[in-house]
Ligand binder design. Structure first.
Ligand code: HEC
Ligand code: HEC
Ligand code: HEC
Ligand code: HEC
Ligand code: HEC
Length: 186
């Protein structure tokens, strides 16, 4: 009798246990899938988001070893809100005569001839509700490095940090710049 009642109590319990087990498995599977996604997503991994770009280009070689000035290519940084990524014509200033037999350069030549814009993948991207302006910061002689890290050492451009609100606010407080919400939020 007692065994029976235990048995009948066990059944619904194991049903609950099964439900928990199912939820548990689903959670683990979910974690693996979404964890994997977020691991590669820019917002969760400072210094890790380094997308494979459609063309070969090394900041280490050009800005580091060759010492080409950042603003030779990112010409809008001191003039506008955005810094701008150079068109292939800029690359061709040097590469129409230089290392032209390398496959990586041939690809760039081909894209240039086809007036392809390159479609480089963005490394940094603020949420839409935040407004940022390069010109204002460059005018105050804040170095690229302060926000983008040592780009001239990067073979492939990688995000060196996440632009958290605190990062912006710390410097604004220090430099006695406005920290009113609407300074950065539109
Ligand atoms: C001021 C001149 C200059 C400009 C501008 C320039 N490069 Fe270069 N690039 C060089 C030099 C010098 C080399 C090294 C050549 C060598 O080692 O034989 C090089 C090498 C390369 C290589 C070959 C790397 C390798 O070893 O396989 C690629 C790819 C490349 N550049 C892409 C670009 C792209 C893309 C741009 C434009 C965004 C660009 N370069 C702009 C000077 C320049
Ligand atoms: C010869 C041209 C050239 C020079 C010099 C150069 N860059 Fe770039 N930069 C590029 C190209 C092309 C890209 C797009 C491909 C990539 O992200 O690697 C880029 C991308 C970037 C990005 C990522 C933008 C984004 O969000 O996608 C940053 C940040 C950057 N450069 C900073 C710098 C800094 C800082 C320097 C100087 C230390 C510098 N660059 C020098 C050509 C150049
Ligand atoms: C005070 C911080 C700060 C400084 C200094 C700074 N940047 Fe940026 N940069 C940013 C932020 C924030 C973004 C993302 C903007 C967005 O998503 O709207 C960005 C984006 C970029 C981009 C990609 C989008 C674009 O604007 O074209 C490039 C390229 C870039 N920066 C290059 C540079 C270079 C080169 C310098 C130095 C001459 C520099 N930045 C200095 C904060 C900075
Ligand atoms: C290293 C210091 C520093 C960092 C980091 C910094 N700022 Fe600034 N910011 C300044 C300074 C200095 C000014 C004032 C420029 C001026 O007076 O023209 C400024 C001005 C601004 C302005 C214009 C303010 C106005 O009154 O119109 C905006 C918008 C802004 N910053 C947004 C940002 C955002 C967003 C970030 C983070 C992604 C950021 N800043 C990070 C130093 C910084
Ligand atoms: C100097 C620039 C700056 C100022 C001033 C500023 N913010 Fe932000 N804020 C940011 C940036 C950059 C982000 C994006 C952070 C991220 O994506 O993690 C952000 C994100 C946010 C978010 C979204 C939640 C989050 O953490 O991502 C809220 C809400 C917010 N800010 C509220 C405010 C309020 C309220 C004020 C005024 C007290 C303010 N902010 C002032 C730069 C600023």
């Amino acid at each position: 009798m007692e065994n029976e009642s235990v048995g009948s109590r066990l059944t619904p319990r194991s049903g609950v246990a099964k439900a928990f087990a199912t939820i548990g498995v689903a959670a683990v599977v979910g974690l693996i899938i979404f964890g994997g996604y977020f691991y590669h997503a820019p917002i969760f991994t400072p210094g890790k988001f380094a997308p494979k770009q459609p063309f070969t280009y090394s900041h280490k070689l050009h800005a580091g070893d060759l010492g080409i000035n950042c603003q030779y290519c990112h010409i809008y940084a001191r003039k506008a809100e955005f810094a701008g990524v150079p068109p292939f014509s800029k690359c061709m200033n040097c590469h129409q005569n230089l290392t032209i037999d390398k496959p990586s350069i041939k690809e760039i030549q081909k894209a240039y001839d086809a007036q392809n814009m390159g479609n480089w993948i963005r490394v940094y991207n603020l949420p839409d509700h935040v407004w940022f302006n390069h010109k204002r910061h460059i005018a105050k002689e804040i170095e690229c490095k302060k926000c983008h890290g040592a780009v001239e050492t990067m073979e492939i451009n990688a995000q060196n940090q996440i632009f958290r609100m605190g990062f912006c606010l710390d410097c604004h407080q220090e430099r006695k710049v406005s920290t009113d919400c609407w300074t950065c939020h539109t």
